[in-house]
Design a protein around this ligand. Structure first.
Ligand SMILES: [Zn+2]
Length: 119
């Protein structure tokens, strides 16, 4: 992880701000993390329940390294971020195409074993 804060630019007003924010502090535009739209024409399988966004990004990265495309689906609602985390106890799910399910579960399982082994 870089020490430097990740920044992004509001598509509405162009203001720079920290990437971790869910909405622009200037104009209130919500930043739903949807750079990759979920393909509704493919059946998706849930392969990992992420406790937080960092874990979700890590698992997505691991899957990408194994050549498996994945999508993160956050259950969080902007503005009620902390409340939702408290209520549900997890951040969201990592989904893959149904045909990649077995490979993805194996890759994620191996990754989680490695992480647990280092702890
Ligand atoms: Zn803005």
């Amino acid at each position: 992880m870089q020490e430097e804060m990740a920044m992004r630019i509001c598509p509405e007003c162009g203001r720079r701000h920290e990437e971790r924010l869910d909405a622009c502090p200037e104009c209130g535009t919500s930043f739903e993390p949807e750079p990759e739209a979920m393909p509704p024409w493919r059946p998706l399988a849930n392969v990992y329940r992420a406790p937080d966004e960092i874990a979700a990004i890590a698992v997505k990265y691991v899957l990408e390294g194994a050549g498996i495309t994945s999508w993160a689906r956050s259950i969080q609602i902007p503005w009620y971020d902390n409340l939702m985390k408290f209520a549900r106890g997890y951040w969201g799910d990592i989904l893959v195409a149904e045909e990649d399910r077995e490979d993805a579960l194996r890759v994620v399982g191996e990754y989680l074993d490695r992480v647990a082994g280092r702890a």
